[in-house]
Design a binder for this molecule. Sequence first.
Ligand code: PEP
Ligand code: MN
Length: 309
Amino acid sequence: MSGRDSLTLPRIGALRVRESWQERFAETPDVLKSSIRPRTIVRVRDLDIGGGEFITMAGPCSVETEYQLMVTADHVRRGGARILRGGAFKPRSSPYAFQGHGLEGLKMLARARESSGLAIVTEVMSECDVPMVAEYADILQIGSRSMENYTLLEAAARSGRPILLKRGMMATVADLLRSAQLILDNGNPNVILCERGIRTFETSTRNTFDVTAIALLKHISHLPVIADPSHAAGHRDLVAALARIAVAADADGLLVEVHPDPNTAWSDGEQSLDFAGFDEMMAMLDPYLALRRLAHSEPAGARTLEAVG
Ligand code: PEP
Ligand code: MN
């Protein structure tokens, strides 16, 4: 606080004027970091999300063909991804755009898991589909447009599968945490938060990548935080730069769209990396990940909310 501020802000005896983060997010106590719960590690097959390793989830926006999915799975696995993404149920901006292959897409994802060994994350859009999607997916993705669909969240929570909860494009951090709290309340502690960009007055990019939200979520919540630079940028040229920023902001991993031929992609081609672009992004991340490992090996990383409040 500057000398000037200290003259103008009210000071009532020993009372603190600044609200603590715990007071501000008091409505969602179970998602907040504490000395008893400094972090949640979400176990997915042989992976620990939020456990220290930076986890890259990569793959096409939509599952299109068996060939497209298989070659992409193989490429991203060799490039260091640990989880394959791909939409079988697609929320689209236009009602006339491709809506996904549904069950056939889920079956393709399962075959890609078998051949690549990668775990699978895929979106579920309707509570009616939760049992079917949960049968095939290792992680259920709740998309930006569904973040506040509490009926869907409850059904997804009760499936027992880990949930990748994407921030609504017009949702505040408090809104996101309310949805996470609801999943926890329904008996599922395995929630992964995802910052994927929000709508602002800026129109040059598809969304505005809210890096402050990543820093804030890492500061106040014990839940792992994943960054999606693809939907934030909307342009493939910017994806690698945003991925580097995500590492520096201490995200636990990335969700990134990759396609063998983005110009012919059935959805989100303009923001999808081709294979060379993916390799380049991963190579550029290397020195940042080395720094991250160094930072994580220092004891300061273990501080809790009470300590930093
Ligand atoms: C997606 O991951 O392809 C997607 C539709 O994301 P969002 O819900 O963030 O728009
Ligand atoms: Mn997409």
